[in-house]
Design a protein around this ligand. Structure first.
Ligand code: TXA
Ligand code: MG
Length: 344
């Protein structure tokens, strides 16, 4: 199979989960490998994760190696109960309690002071650890079967797009890991919201589909760390790990004439231009392909990375994305578009 960085010879086992028997067998197989210190790709409700035993430094080093991830970017630890979360932290601020009560299990990650038993390689040597209790039943079942927390970054190679299907994982990591569990397309489609609750007020480090207003409704106040702050609160804030290979450009247009003017202003061959529109659908091509993504933020988020992956697979040179509305519900999507567009 052709991969994003050349020909990937797929050696990974693929386990399906769509019947109760297959589901149970996949849980057992994944837990067996994880207990043996291996890394495996698992579905979560946000994106696919590359999991390993969070308490085993040599298993963790395999995650960094498989992804080519710099050791300076810390990992999220996944749990499936309050007790397991408590065993990973040295302090549980009241803001963490309130957010967990409202949004766990789900697409929310909390940064809290770490327990001694969490290896330094998970936290990039820092005093805090990022914890998430995912809602995906498969991920929960594997964590329970293992009995230990699972470190899991998104299951992509460093600097590539997060995977939202097992096929995306196979194309990037199919030659590097022993098992990919296929749980179908991810429900949320973009990475979790990350909130640092070690300070008051809490800081939003990475926007996600649980947005600022929902967090503020629970906490009363939340500060948003802008990437221009100059303070490196979360290494991932500055990483270009959301970008497709094609150059991604975000523009808006009100009518066909404006759309044509935008296309004309782009350099490059029109046959390698792919357009992603959601509101003002271009009447004429002027491009190799025009995809229509649903004009509703949850559905858009679910489809977005799959569209970027598809454009890369088709050899697109440029992806022209129609700008999304500047409203809270679209903020996490706008954040990913901005990072992909600027490469920052
Ligand atoms: O939805 C998700 O969060 C997915 C699924 C697999 O759970 N995981 C994910 O992991 O997106 P990753 O490694 O791609 O992104 C983790 C983000 C990075 O931006 C990282 O810098 C930040 O969380 N992070 C992790 N630990 C941190 C810490 N102790 N303090 C601040 N930021 C932290
Ligand atoms: Mg990632």
């Amino acid at each position: 199979m052709r991969g994003e960085s050349g020909d990937v010879r797929i050696t990974a086992e693929v386990a399906s989960t769509h019947t109760p028997v297959l589901f149970r067998a996949a849980v057992e197989r994944a837990a067996e490998l994880l207990k043996a210190g291996e890394v495996v790709a698992l579905p979560t409700e946000t994106v696919y994760g590359l999991a390993a035993n969070a308490l085993d430094p040599s298993a963790i080093s395999r995650i960094y190696a498989a992804k080519n991830r710099p050791a300076t970017n810390p990992l999220i630890v996944h749990v499936a109960s309050g007790e397991l979360a408590a065993s990973c932290v040295s302090e549980w601020p009241s803001a963490a309690d309130r957010l967990a009560a409202s949004f766990w299990p789900g697409p929310l990650t909390l940064v809290v002071p770490k327990a001694d038993r969490i290896p330094a390689s998970i936290t990039a040597g820092g005093p805090t650890v990022a914890i998430r209790w995912p809602s995906h039943p498969f991920m929960q079942a594997v964590i329970r079967a293992c009995g230990f927390p699972l470190a899991a970054p998104s299951a992509n190679r460093a600097n590539q797009i997060s995977p939202t299907t097992a096929q995306h994982v196979l194309r990037q990591l199919g030659d590097r890991i022993p098992l990919v569990v296929d749980g179908g397309p991810c429900q949320v489609g973009i990475e979790s919201t990350v909130v640092d609750v070690t300070s008051e007020p809490a800081h939003l480090l990475r926007p996600g589909m649980i947005h600022e207003e929902s967090l503020a409704a629970v906490l009363g106040e939340i500060r948003v760390s802008r990437r221009t702050d100059g303070v490196l609160r979360s290494p991932g804030q500055f990483q270009k790990h959301y970008a497709p290979k094609a150059k991604l450009i975000v523009r808006s247009w009100r009518n066909a004439a404006e759309y044509q003017a935008v296309v004309a202003s782009l350099v490059g061959a029109p046959e390698r231009l792919h357009v992603l529109a959601h509101d003002r659908i271009p009447p004429e091509p002027g491009a190799a392909q025009i995809s229509v993504i649903p004009h509703e933020p949850d559905a858009y988020a679910r489809a977005m990375y799959a569209e970027w992956h598809r454009c890369d697979e088709c050899g697109a040179e440029c992806i022209l994305v129609e700008a999304v509305p500047p409203t809270p519900a679209w903020r996490a999507i706008a954040d990913r578009l901005q990072r992909a567009a600027t490469g920052g």
